[in-house]
Design a binder for this molecule. Structure first.
Ligand code: AP5
Length: 208
């Protein structure tokens, strides 16, 4: 299975990707996660990306495309992959297409998770992450167990200001790719409102 997962910030892409990779035994490629690691490790890429990310802006294509392409060349992607948060711009979509063509590969599905804007701020400001395992929690909807709670952290871009910038970028740039994938016959849309379990069921029903 080779899949792109799209949707606004807080739609549940990371939450659902974690479930899908377990079920299909495929690689989870989150460009957001890769960039956060680069920032934490203070690599040259991380130094360049940090300010854009904190402000909720997109990291430039000339940094993101080579990073994603390099990741896709790793052996664990041969069994399939979920791209979570990539591509996000027209040049990224074209870069991905070119890379897949070079390897005679094709996407199976592009899944868009739609969530009402009112829910997004609540989901994002309540999100916490366990730095030891990468598990995503929510202080109300999915609280961390007591032994994990003291070490959970909040993302630097999970502020109300950054969320509104991220949401604006999603609708003004990333969502414009939806017709591109629709024309290719790859698009499936899933209602992301409701519990994570309900959303997983809808995704399973929508997958080819
Ligand atoms: P990225 O990490 O990709 O962030 P995002 O797209 O804004 O998405 P999120 O991670 O915020 O949300 P999600 O949909 O994964 O939701 P989650 O499952 O965590 O990117 C971050 C930044 O990196 C970008 O702003 C940009 O700067 C940069 N970047 C990344 N990729 C890039 C690219 N390709 N090009 C350029 N720049 C790039 O869920 C959210 C919360 O809600 C959690 O607490 C979860 O527990 C809870 N939750 C999930 N589902 C439900 C549910 N059904 N009901 C109740 N709660 C739920």
């Amino acid at each position: 299975m080779r899949m792109i997962l799209m949707g606004p910030p807080g739609a549940g892409k990371g939450t659902q990707a974690a479930r899908l990779v377990e079920r299909y035994r495929i690689a989870h490629i989150s460009t957001g996660e890769m960039l956060r690691e680069a920032v934490a490790e203070r690599t040259p890429l991380g130094e360049k990306a940090a300010a854009c990310m904190k402000a909720g802006q997109l990291v430039p294509d000339d940094l993101v495309i080579p990073m994603a392409v390099e990741r896709l060349s790793k052996p664990d992607c041969r069994a399939g992959f979920i791209l979570d948060g990539f591509p996000r711009t027209g040049p990224q979509a074209k870069g991905l297409d070119a890379e897949l063509k070079t390897h005679h590969l094709a996407l199976d599905v592009v899944l868009v998770i739609d969530v009402r804007d009112e829910l997004i701020l609540e989901r994002i400001t309540g999100r916490r992450m366990d730095p030891a395992t990468g598990t995503i929690y929510h202080i109300i909807f999915d609280p961390p167990p007591p032994e994990v709670a003291p070490r959970v952290v909040q993302r630097a871009d999970d502020t109300a200001e950054a969320v509104s910038a991220r949401l604006a970028k999603y609708y003004s740039v990333t969502a414009l790719m939806i017709p591109f994938y629709q024309q290719k016959g790859l698009l499936r849309r899933v209602d992301g409102n409701g519990s994570p379990e309900q959303v997983t069921e809808r995704i399973m029903a929508a997958l080819p």
